[in-house]
Design a protein around this ligand. Structure first.
Ligand SMILES: [Mn+2]
Length: 366
């Protein structure tokens, strides 16, 4: 049995939603389809699957990937999508919020994030609520199966599943599918591709390019595709930056530990996970002042199983610009201006921090 190809009617998504999504895709013959994927491995694998199917349907395809710090609801990204003037939009692994991504453009959202609110008028294929919740690449793989030869593309669904949920995830058939795709090659390829968007250069377009060219996971893990060398450089940079920033001494306020550092790379989630292991009784906040200009990007992690979104909302802070308390209960965070970030951590009990403390710095601060 190929991954996700079960006889069940409500897995990996409801049969009605699956039929509706297939109708949408099948109607794109001769049309111009715009595909907007999340930049993680789950999103990029979904993108390759969707491209293959859209081309088989007879559509013309354009891909637009969000830039550093952007997502489906970022105005600048939405403007780039609008300018393509496509006939239809496919949003993959992101977009689980109300508000149209591109108003009036017929849209299909494929996603698995915890949400019951979606862009108004969009068709939605979601794995949320259908246990075990399948990642977007698996949903997309099931979606596109009428138009492709599924066997040779299974590894893409395996990549996204392993990347989002780990190789031990309780997804039916994953173990066998991993064996077919090559477990070691999959793990290595996932690590290389994920490093791309984390690197300070934000090489997500390169990762997509490599994934589009690859015929299997070992093409990537063995470096048989141009571009893999650059992915290895990204991974080295990310490893070095995690090592450097994880040495930051934590500041404490009650059961909250704050790690404050500056890196152009998206390493704050990795630093937070590392410190949450070291401080299992604490809520860890890893805050990166160097990821985006004039922003502090931060994530919360904890091993205490507290609902971290509820924790943030419970601070009853005045509405802040930027992003705050999105994501899910065990992994949330935000992106705030420096003054808003200072207000936020002051409310947590961190006193005496000044704007100087949240400035962007080089990799070797004096
Ligand atoms: Mn995903």
């Amino acid at each position: 049995m190929l991954l996700g190809h079960t006889e069940e009617s409500d897995w990996p998504a409801s049969s009605e939603a699956m039929a509706e999504a297939r109708n949408f895709l099948g109607a794109q013959k001769g049309k111009h389809v715009l595909i907007a994927p999340h930049t993680d491995v789950d999103g990029l694998s979904s993108c390759v699957l969707a491209v293959r199917a859209a081309e088989a349907v007879g559509a013309r395809v354009t891909i637009r990937v969000p830039g550093k710090g952007e997502h489906a609801h970022s105005p600048a990204f939405q403007e780039r999508l609008r300018r393509v003037r496509a006939d239809a939009l496919l949003v993959l692994d992101m977009g689980s919020r109300p508000g149209a991504v591109v108003p009036e453009l017929p849209s299909l959202i494929v996603d698995h994030h915890a949400s019951t609110a979606f862009p108004e008028g969009a068709h939605v294929l979601s794995g949320y609520g259908h246990e075990p919740v399948a990642p977007t690449s698996l949903l997309t793989y099931a979606l596109v199966s009428p138009w492709v030869i599924p066997g040779p593309l299974e590894w893409l669904a395996v990549m996204g599943t392993a990347a989002d949920l780990g190789v031990g995830a309780p997804i039916p058939g994953l173990k066998d599918a991993l064996r077919r795709a090559g477990r070691k090659a999959v793990t290595e390829a996932v690590a290389l591709l994920n490093a791309a968007r984390r690197s300070s250069q934000f090489a997500a377009p390169l990762a997509l390019d490599v994934l589009m060219q690859a015929g299997n996971a070992s093409d990537i893990s063995e470096g048989r595709i141009p571009g893999v060398e650059a992915l290895r450089d990204c991974r080295l940079e990310v490893q070095r930056e995690v090592g450097r920033c994880a040495k930051t001494p934590p500041r404490f306020a009650g059961n909250v530990a704050l790690l404050l550092f500056s890196s152009g790379a998206q390493i704050h989630p990795l630093v937070a996970v590392r410190w949450a292991q070291r401080l299992p009784e604490h809520i860890v906040i890893a805050a990166n002042t160097g990821y985006l200009p004039d922003r502090v990007n931060f994530v919360l992690r904890s091993r205490t199983e507290k609902d971290l979104i509820a924790f943030l909302r419970g601070l009853n802070l005045p509405p802040m610009g930027g992003e705050f308390a999105n994501g899910h209960a065990q992994a949330t965070g935000g992106s705030l201006t420096a003054p808003d970030f200072l207000r936020f951590i002051e409310a947590l009990g961190f006193r005496g921090l000044r704007s100087h403390d949240v400035e962007r710095r080089g990799v070797a601060p004096g």
